[in-house]
Design a protein around this ligand. Structure first.
Ligand SMILES: CC(C)(COP(=O)(O)OP(=O)(O)OC[C@H]1O[C@@H](n2cnc3c(N)ncnc32)[C@H](O)[C@@H]1OP(=O)(O)O)[C@@H](O)C(=O)NCCC(=O)NCCSC(=O)C[C@H](O)C(=O)O
Ligand SMILES: [Mg+2]
Length: 285
């Protein structure tokens, strides 16, 4: 699967130890799943979770959802065993927590030995400061913002506007875009607060994130809507493309739509909007 051309609006964490949640996810309209062996699994359940997760992946039923396995850090007692147990599992990528540098990504690449795409949790101060070299690693395909760990490391407060996080979030995005990797926003912890979730989704979308990580099925609908092109955006994209075609036929390079200029670069964005809408429609089939 091409991991960069597909939608990643909703990316749900599922504890790899929980049979019921692993089963529930087969019917949820999420774009991607992170099968978690790290923070969602207690230390006493970590070894057993590998077999539980392997059995769920062997059984399949996750359809077109991207399947990403989050292992424990390679500096923990479980990381290496997670890779050994799951390197051949039916998954699209491996997600490494608390990545500090490109060397951490290389250590996982060496251990995997199969060229599988690697995603990085961006959630440590060193990781943020080294975002560009991490994104440049040839096996690196995606970034996930770990805003809980970041808040812990920064000793910052949780605010609705996420002001203390902005430098980190934007650095993650800059590095991701510089190297063409996917960028997914962090989780919203109050999983019963749809209004707050919507505000945070809209901020993440405004910043440029491809989607948001989620902790509960109740968060899927709001998130899918927030990260999909709206009807108004699709309509505008179509009109921009048509308007530029029209002026180009008359030998000009600038059109005006709704009082704003439209040039080739705007049409590139418009075409991406339509392609994303089409990809989302394809996933829903
Ligand atoms: C938060 C939860 C502990 C709540 O669980 P629970 O009380 O069981 O919720 P519900 O009773 O409302 O569940 C209803 C049904 O939905 C299923 N369910 C719940 N959560 C999930 C899920 N994540 N994926 C799939 N299915 C789920 C339940 O099984 C119920 O099903 P059924 O009985 O058949 O109706 C729980 O949601 C949870 O554990 N969430 C995941 C927490 C998690 O993954 N944490 C780690 C990731 S966050 C993080 O680490 C981010 C990053 O690293 C950072 O630093 O920020
Ligand atoms: Mg974390």
């Amino acid at each position: 699967m091409d991991m960069t051309a597909r939608p990643y609006r909703s990316v749900l964490y599922i504890p790899g130890s929980k049979d019921r949640a692993l089963d529930k996810a087969r019917g949820l309209p999420v774009d991607a799943i992170i099968f978690d062996l790290e923070d969602a699994v207690t230390p006493d359940a970590k070894v057993e979770a590998r077999a539980t997760l392997k059995a769920a992946l062997d059984q399949g039923g996750y359809g077109s959802r991207a399947k990403i396995i989050r292992i424990n850090g390679l500096d923990t007692e479980w990381g290496k065993g997670d890779v050994e147990a799951l390197r051949d599992a039916d998954a699209d990528a491996f997600l490494l927590p608390k990545v500090d540098s490109a060397a951490d990504v290389q250590a996982l690449a060496d251990l995997l030995g199969n060229g599988k795409p690697i995603w990085a949790m961006m959630e440590t101060p060193l990781g943020i400061m080294n975002a560009l070299e991490i994104a440049a690693h040839p096996q690196l395909a995606g970034f996930v913002a770990g805003t809980n760990d970041l808040a812990k490391e920064l000793n910052c407060r949780f605010r609705a506007d996420r002001l203390p996080m902005q430098m980190a979030l934007q650095t993650i995005l800059m590095a991701a875009r510089a190297h063409g990797v996917v960028a997914i926003d962090g989780v919203y912890n109050q999983f019963k607060d749809d209004e707050g979730l919507k505000v945070e989704c809209d901020q993440g979308r405004d910043l440029g994130f491809d989607g948001k990580t989620l902790i509960h099925p109740a968060q899927v609908e709001v998130t899918n809507a927030a990260f999909a092109p709206s009807e108004a955006e699709i309509d505008l994209a179509k009109r921009q493309i048509a308007a530029l075609e029209e002026v180009e036929a008359a030998g000009q390079g600038v059109a005006v739509v709704d009082g704003k200029i439209v040039e080739n670069l705007h049409v590139e964005t418009a075409k991406k909007t339509l392609a994303k809408a089409a990809a989302i429609a394809e996933l829903a089939k």
